[in-house]
Write a protein of this length. Structure first.
Length: 253
């Protein structure tokens, strides 16, 4: 089967090269760039990718836009901070002529230079290889995923997507405050969920216990503790933002 690899990016000059090189075996590589101001586009084009400029539409819509631009029916979707491992590459190339309609792939995150296998971070199954005639990106604000049509056959692969999203502690803190918590709060509000002062107070503690103790984050050493701490911060902040949205009755973009 012929595969089109799609990558969304903005100002990813330090990572886009590795992402593209990891899918150099694909029949087509398309990078959808959200008006980068660094060398993302130049690097992508120099590595043979087709670069399309598209104003940011949101995670799901941006990825669906990319899906609609490809030449082939089979799509492998990556973010700019992800790479396809050699094991995953070999698995995909060995797929027979009668594949499933979509494949879930484990994603292994690297945090503080350590692979994280606990705390709910692994295997973090992602449906990233799929027949676009049978699936599309679900319209949500955050934690976007591919939704397959009824009756689709979904299988699993064993090789990992390697994820290097967090650069350092400041970056992690900024990602939560500027992206994940506000988007999570808006999605919760849109879904009809509501919070309270009591939930705000306990949400962080519960998230820490769940991540560090119940999901064995302590087995990942100090990085596991930091992940649990930031999980607590995220839980507290998203509930606080949701509470503010409830009071104003308006979910700011």
């Amino acid at each position: 089967m012929k595969i089109s690899a799609i990558i969304i990016a903005k100002n990813e000059e330090d990572k886009i090269g590795s992402a593209i090189e990891s899918v150099a075996w694909a029949d087509e590589i398309i990078v959808v760039d959200s008006e980068s101001t660094d060398r993302t586009r130049e690097i992508a084009e120099s590595l043979g990718a087709k670069v399309l400029i598209q104003e940011w539409l949101g995670f799901s819509d941006q990825k669906q836009f990319a899906v609609e631009q490809v030449e082939n029916d089979w799509v492998l979707s990556l973010d700019a901070d992800e790479i396809v491992s050699q094991e995953l590459r070999a698995e995909i190339l060995a797929l027979d002529d009668d594949p499933a309609d979509g494949y879930k792939i484990p994603r292994l995150s690297i945090y503080m230079d350590r692979p994280i296998r606990h705390g709910g971070w692994y295997p973090d199954w992602q449906l990233r290889l799929f027949d676009r005639r049978k699936g599309r990106w679900k319209d949500v604000l955050i934690h976007e995923s591919v939704q397959m049509s009824d009756g689709s056959r979904i299988s699993r692969l064993n090789g990992d997507i390697i994820h290097r999203s967090v650069e350092n502690a400041v970056h992690h803190h900024r990602m939560i405050g500027e992206r994940y918590a506000p988007l999570a709060a808006r999605q919760m509000y849109a879904n009809g969920r509501r919070t309270s002062i009591g939930k705000i107070i306990v949400s962080g503690w519960l998230a820490f216990v769940q991540t560090y103790i119940l999901k064995a984050g302590f087995l990942d050493g100090f990085p596991g503790f930091c992940i649990a701490y930031f999980a607590a911060h995220h839980a507290f902040l998203k509930h606080l933002i949701l509470w503010e949205i409830q009071r104003s009755g308006k979910a700011n973009k």
